[in-house]
Write a protein that binds this ligand. Structure first.
Ligand SMILES: *Cc1c(COP(=O)(O)O)cnc(C)c1O
Length: 438
């Protein structure tokens, strides 16, 4: 190992604190974190000069690959103009253009307002706070309940965490939040007590596919059913498209798979193709109108970096790439190839069970030879992903579900290499575990 790599690992273990990470295990002497230093297309490079396919789009963000020349050029041009100006009291051309462009994805002004923020969690906070204030200002004050789904994930700030359904992450914080009722399905939703339904302001859902919940794909038609159900009861629909937005499921937004228009659409990760932090919450005009009139009706909320100039320039460039490279049009054969290779891998490998897919989002379950699950405390998902590194693939599991979510620009050859590496890593890790008995 190079001395520089050694030094960076030492400093990391001495001073850094990683997200969602048991630090004792991370800092143990035999764990060598990769130091990522570069990226081009779907490939990432570490400080030792090794290259890897970015199999989970750098935690579900990257859309067009790393170092895309058109995006880099737009960012560099913006750097020469200005990086950040206050959006509090001022406007700027890029935010105007970007907002109009995002609204343009929904015809007839169905979603006509954009509130910019910084990341997925804040995109949700915006929607939650707007929803609560909307009810107060439209004479429905007591209607403040939220309904969310079991094992949902909507981010980690307090408001977003209060919605969250994964108990390991959120149980400790939920009491600090607001009233949220969790359900597992449309059936359970429909059977909620009448007072919960009458007191509900909004239903929040990750449309088409829940990411953190082991890539759980909802039954086809569920989203449009949910839209109908909420509409009939005056309940708003907040869609968390933080992971699914910007092409990931094969449409620009996942809700377009079922021709659904929500009341709020929260987006972040892929908005800038992951190049800068940036989020956008899209809102229906009639919700916006409840904030008009006297100054005390305004939405008193915002972040310092709201509508960051460099972020807006990057988002515009990323949307240009969708058009110029006909990205969505190129996806169907890649989606089909991923399905075919996953079917083949699950059929031929002793250690792969079921898989779930929505566009270019996929989860594959690790199993033992007899098809039963591994003991959770063996951390086989993590071990398999670490073993994949030797075959030039990086991804991160959700417990024992392997996540396959490459940048949309991945080529068919690279998809084949990715699955090949995945299967080999799985075989290496699972055989070793069988031999050692853990
Ligand atoms: C990542 C994610 C979030 C949170 O976004 P951050 O940028 O990490 O705050 C919220 N919802 C979903 C569905 C996500 O995948």
């Amino acid at each position: 190992m190079k001395t520089s790599t050694k030094r960076w690992i030492e400093l990391d273990k001495k001073h850094c604190w990683h997200p969602f990470t048991p630090q004792t295990q991370w800092c143990s002497p035999d764990f060598e974190p990769l130091m990522l230093v570069g990226g081009k297309g779907v490939w990432l490079e570490d400080s030792e000069g090794r290259r890897y396919i970015d199999g989970n789009s750098s935690i579900w963000c990257n859309i067009h690959g790393h170092g895309h020349p058109a995006i880099i050029a737009a960012m560099k041009a913006q750097l020469d103009r200005v990086c950040q100006t206050s959006y509090l009291g001022y406007a700027h051309p890029l935010a105007s253009e970007l907002a109009a462009r995002l609204c343009g994805f929904f015809p007839d002004g169905a979603l006509n307002r954009v509130f910019f923020s910084d990341d997925g969690s804040t995109a949700l906070e915006v929607a939650i706070k707007m929803e609560r204030q909307f009810r107060i200002q439209t004479g429905q004050g007591p209607r403040q309940g939220f309904i969310a789904f079991d094992n949902c994930y909507h981010g980690d700030t307090m408001g977003a965490a209060a919605l969250g359904g994964v108990s390991l992450y959120f149980d400790r914080y939920r009491a600090a939040g607001f009233r949220v009722t969790h359900v597992s399905s449309m059936d359970e939703l429909q059977n909620l007590p009448q007072e919960v339904i009458d007191g509900a302001a909004a239903v929040v859902i990750e449309p088409i596919v829940q990411g953190v919940n082991h890539i759980n794909v909802w039954p086809q038609g569920m989203l449009s059913q949910l839209r109908q159900w909420t509409e009939q009861r005056g309940i708003h629909l907040i869609l968390d498209e933080v992971m699914t937005g910007y092409g990931r499921t094969g449409k620009m937004f996942a809700c377009m798979n079922e021709n659904v228009v929500p009341d709020f659409l929260c987006s972040a990760k892929g908005l800038t193709s992951g190049y800068t932090p940036m989020a956008a919450t899209l809102i229906r005009e009639e919700i916006y109108e409840a904030f008009l009139g006297d100054a005390d009706r305004a939405f008193y909320y915002g972040h310092t970096f709201t509508a960051h100039q460099l972020g807006c320039a990057t988002a515009m460039a990323s949307l240009d790439v969708f058009q110029n490279e006909r990205v969505l049009e190129a996806m169907p054969p890649k989606i089909a190839l991923m399905r075919q290779l996953a079917e083949q891998a699950c059929r031929t490998s002793d250690y792969l069970g079921a898989f779930r897919q929505a566009g270019m989002v996929m989860g594959i379950d690790l199993t033992r030879r007899d098809g039963s699950p591994w003991p959770v405390d063996w951390n086989m998902g993590t071990r398999a992903c670490i073993a994949m590194r030797a075959h030039q693939l990086l991804t991160r599991p959700i417990v024992d579900t392997l996540v396959v979510m490459p940048p949309l620009c991945i080529s068919e050859d690279e998809i084949r290499m990715m699955f090949d590496a995945l299967v080999r890593g799985v075989e290496d890790a699972c055989r070793a575990a069988e031999q050692l008995g853990c």
